[in-house]
Design a protein around this ligand. Structure first.
Ligand SMILES: Cc1ncc(C[n+]2csc(CCOP(=O)(O)OP(=O)(O)O)c2C)c(N)n1
Ligand SMILES: [Mg+2]
Length: 113
């Protein structure tokens, strides 16, 4: 499990997972932001700076490396996308589109609880 910012700097590891035929499921939580850092910036009174991520089609990115990918926007879609993992022969990327608003509730004075 990884955020979209973290995945942006590690994405090509998927190619190794394909080459090694690893039955790995990589779940990317996509909120278009380095969100916890953005929240810390705002808590310190700065506007968000250099913390937004432009959209990347992660399913297409995975496909370019020979990796299956699926985009989900709900728990039901996630459940459907992750059935049959035990019979897979290679990695699966799950692009999970999430609303970052929930993080703000966990954030008080720049500290994540
Ligand atoms: C290789 C590397 N580069 C930069 C950082 C600094 N860093 C820590 S958290 C973070 C943002 C991560 O954003 P994301 O993965 O989207 O998480 P979110 O808070 O949005 O869930 C960054 C850039 C790091 N830890 N490691
Ligand atoms: Mg993020």
């Amino acid at each position: 499990m990884i955020g979209d910012g973290g995945f942006a700097v590690t994405a090509t590891e998927l190619r190794t997972a394909v080459a090694r035929r690893l039955r790995l499921t990589v779940m990317v939580f996509c909120d278009g932001s380095l969100n916890r850092i953005e929240l810390k910036q705002r808590a310190l009174g700065y506007g968000g700076t250099a913390t937004r991520l432009d959209d990347i089609d992660l399913v297409a990115l995975a496909g370019a490396m020979g990796c299956d990918g699926v985009r989900v926007t709900s728990a039901a879609e996630l459940e459907k996308a992750t059935t049959g993992l035990a019979t897979r022969t290679g990695p699966l990327l799950v692009e999970a589109c999430i609303d970052p608003a929930q993080y703000e509730a966990q954030f008080q004075g720049g500290v994540a609880y």
